[in-house]
Design a protein around this ligand. Sequence first.
Ligand SMILES: [Mg+2]
Length: 283
Amino acid sequence: MTVLVLDFDGTMTDAEAEGRPFRDGYLEDLAALSGRPVGDPEIAAIADEVEAELMRAPASHPFLWMGRAVAPATVDPYLRMVPIAHRILDRFDALPGPTDRGRLLGSVLYKYNYAKTLGHPVFRAGAGEVLRALAGTDTWIVTNSDTHAVAGKVSALDRETSGVEWLTSRVRGYARKFDVDDAWTGVDAELAVPGLDRPVLLRRRMYHDILRAILDAAGATFADLVVIGDIFELDLAMPLSLGARVGLVASDRTPPYERAFVEAHPRARMIAELSEIPAYAFG
Ligand SMILES: [Mg+2]
């Protein structure tokens, strides 16, 4: 028996292309909060400067959540916006309180600007074909995003490539893959990844509980699970540590240390083309 769990944003979609309206809208909001005009070239220059720094050294630029490093900030435009936002707000001395700032960036601005991407999802090559080929399997989508937003993207994909609508009822959103709960001891606290000088934190309880519920419903265990995602640390590290097989969907922003770790691990592999997924999971 195999249960397949797919991440969605960045895994089935081209996050860079899809995220452009998110980035543009978010920067406008940051300009307003910083007392700068819309389209301020100084705001745009700070954003470009932070992105270039992240690209040069992904290991030393984590995405911080509740003050802890929980993912590389490099990999998608949604995560990258947080260090950009901090740099802009710091530069203009706006919203100095960490609690207010955290709520605003992580919740209000994220949701408001993510909504701007929903009208025009941009899928990776072969996404429709692979989801159609998975019909009849025990496959789920588990995402940090809004359940209905992602189900809506699947419906949009079905209009391009019919035969994927069945997945709309198999989306589990709000997975909070970035939430680390030290009180939960169901998995080791940390995983060491060569080339990354901080530990990968594994105790992502909310995400675990969603996977566990899917497995329980199937009468399956983590040894029966395959997880496919585009960010090793966020999507794959915890299930891998509990015995699952994992596939990392590559992009040109995948940190080299993630790629090397996945290539060396007997239960992990790189996914260069989405069409490799059915045979890897069920073959
Ligand atoms: Mg993703």
